[in-house]
Design a protein around this ligand. Structure first.
Ligand SMILES: Nc1ncnc2c1ncn2[C@@H]1O[C@H](COP(=O)(O)OP(=O)(O)OP(=O)(O)O)[C@@H](O)[C@H]1O
Ligand SMILES: [Mg+2]
Length: 224
């Protein structure tokens, strides 16, 4: 099992409204799931809990057999670096590092560090259709579509078992969205990666082998 959640409850601060209530949710390895839900219902919060960036007040978060919310913060960071790639909703590239440097930086936190990673970063960039002339542009000078591709390359550089993407095509037009999703699926299939994607664009559903409504996962969301 790639993901096994049980009895999760999460609120940002004591006395604030509860955001997540997940009695149970499981995902088998190598699934490609698209989780659809309206804005503000807790999808990004859910992803942050899933990968251990945040811990729930209650419940169990198990990834590939490891209960990550039992690890200490340093162990959790290291587990994440070695097993999870995350493409954030806002990409979170370092603005003053180049495209290539942004990707290699992610490898710095992993136990699989090696110098061949620069080659691999360049290879990923060309596979993701980022032009060679843009490889050394700083993050802040990349277009939004390019930032998206660099963020995906960064998430893949450590060969994660799980890839998490938060609204991955929100900044792309229809043609680029199709190209981008096809590329993403090729990379995910080739490397046997489990893919969890959240979003509200129904046009993405066709790329995935599982589509689930977020209200089936987070019981605080009222079904439409
Ligand atoms: N750091 C935070 N502190 C307090 N409340 C927060 C914080 N981050 C998010 N929230 C609240 O939690 C709720 C869920 O937010 P979240 O970002 O998880 O939703 P989302 O489903 O990802 O929305 P969107 O589709 O717009 O990205 C919202 O009401 C939001 O205001
Ligand atoms: Mg969000």
């Amino acid at each position: 099992m790639a993901i096994n959640l049980s009895d999760i409850s999460f609120y940002y601060k004591k006395h604030h409204a509860q955001i997540l209530k997940i009695p149970e949710w499981k995902l088998t390895s190598e699934s490609k799931i698209f989780i659809q839900g309206a804005s503000g219902t807790g999808k990004t919060t859910f992803l942050n809990i899933l990968c251990g960036l945040m811990s729930p007040q209650n419940g169990k978060v198990e990834l590939f057999g490891t209960q990550i919310n039992r690890l200490n913060a340093a162990q959790r960071d290291s587990f994440r670096a070695n097993n999870v790639g995350y493409v954030f909703q806002q990409f979170n590239l370092i603005p003053y590092l180049s495209a290539v440097e942004n990707i290699i930086l992610a490898n710095h936190f992993s136990k699989n560090q090696n110098n061949a990673k620069k080659e691999e970063a360049l290879d990923l960039l060309s596979r993701l259709d980022v032009n060679r002339k843009d490889w050394n542009l700083e993050g802040r000078n990349l277009s939004v579509g390019q930032q998206q591709r660099v963020a995906i390359a960064r998430a893949l550089i450590n060969n994660p078992k799980l890839l998490i993407t938060d609204e991955p095509t929100s900044a792309l037009d229809i043609k680029n969205r199709e190209n981008f999703m096809n590329l993403l699926m090729d990379v995910v299939n080739e490397n046997h990666i489990t893919l969890v994607c959240v979003g509200h664009d129904p046009a993405l559903a066709k790329f995935f082998n599982v589509v689930e409504d977020f209200s089936n996962i987070n019981k605080l969301v009222i079904e439409k």
